[in-house]
Design a protein around this ligand. Structure first.
Ligand code: F3S
Length: 147
């Protein structure tokens, strides 16, 4: 729990801002956590999605900015890096780091149990499971306990 909190805090604090001229990418954001519908991976032409326990990450070095995945996500969790919602800029660093740690996913799998209930829950970042064996801070909380 402590390790995940520390990692999430470090990624939040180190979130880069996009600068003119830098390579663009798309970014998976907060609302994917505990939903993980995976419709997005079916349309990615370069297999840039990587799967963790309750979230997907886009590899910014592989993403070609085709935008196809944006419309496929039923919970509107994917944004261009220049258009990430305010307060979610940390997900640029989170995607970049976790994409290096997690395996590629290229085929759709069933959504997470209760995904429809997690859609739209705010501030799910403390629930992000890095898959390193430790539990997320709020692993036992259900959708009703996450608000
Ligand atoms: Fe997540 Fe949406 Fe893809 S919920 S797994 S970004 S389809």
């Amino acid at each position: 729990m402590t390790r995940i909190n520390a990692t999430n805090d470090r990624l939040r604090d180190s979130a880069p801002s996009s600068s003119p001229g830098s390579a663009m990418t798309h970014v998976v954001t907060d609302n994917c956590i505990n939903c993980k519908y995976t419709d997005c991976v079916e349309v990615c032409p370069v297999d840039c999605f990587h799967e963790g326990p309750n979230f997907l990450a886009i590899d910014p070095d592989e993403c070609i900015d085709c935008t196809l995945c944006v419309a496929e996500c039923p919970v509107n969790a994917i944004f261009p890096d220049m258009d990430v919602p305010a307060g979610q800029e940390c997900f640029l660093a989170i995607n970049a780091e976790l994409a290096k740690e997690w395996p590629v996913i290229a085929s759709k799998i069933p959504a997470m149990e209760g995904a429809d209930l997690w859609d739209g829950m705010p501030h799910k970042l403390p629930l992000l499971d890095h898959g390193d064996g430790s539990k997320p801070a709020m692993a036992t909380a259900g959708p009703s306990g996450a608000a």
